[in-house]
Design a protein around this ligand. Structure first.
Ligand code: 5GP
Ligand code: ZN
Length: 132
């Protein structure tokens, strides 16, 4: 796993933050200047495999990085993004959270076409609740 190699120091990276559980590094192919990815030190391929402890802590790290990015770049916004599965745009199968500075009118493309309101909201709700 390429991110495990980065975490082991076998592949170089530029770390902006590190603690016992996570390393936050600059993305090598950034969507914007200051694009950071946060990597848990323990390998989990995706959100389904991520231990609850890392899941809860990673958002605190994302908040820390987003706050620093906002101060550093005076950006108009920040996206916090995490992809699971190829269909969702995941290309490295070691879970990571993206923190991406955003500016009004920038060319970063994170979005979707909004659909019409479903007629069967209750059915959808039950489909998900049945698996909780
Ligand atoms: P994903 O598409 O899986 O959500 O995001 C993977 C991200 O990892 C991409 O934005 C890509 O640019 C970044 N990336 C891939 N390989 C490396 C690498 O070797 N070093 C760093 N710093 N980032 C990488
Ligand atoms: Zn890994």
């Amino acid at each position: 796993c390429i991110f495990c190699k980065i975490l082991a120091g076998e592949i170089p990276s530029t770390a902006v933050y590190e603690d016992d559980d996570f390393k936050a590094i600059l993305d090598v192919n950034p969507a914007a200047r200051g694009h950071v990815i946060i990597l848990p030190k323990n390998h989990a391929a995706n959100i389904y495999e991520l231990p609850d402890e890392d899941a809860s802590k990673i958002m605190i790290v994302a908040k820390k990085i987003a706050t620093a990015i906002e101060k550093a770049y005076h950006c108009d916004g920040v996206n916090i993004l995490q992809n699971n599965g190829e269909a969702a745009g995941q290309t490295v199968f070691h879970l990571h959270v993206h923190v991406i500075p955003r500016f009004k009118g920038d060319t970063v493309n994170i979005g979707w076409k909004q659909g019409d309101m479903p007629e069967d909201l209750d059915a959808i709700c039950k489909e998900i609740q049945a698996q909780l």
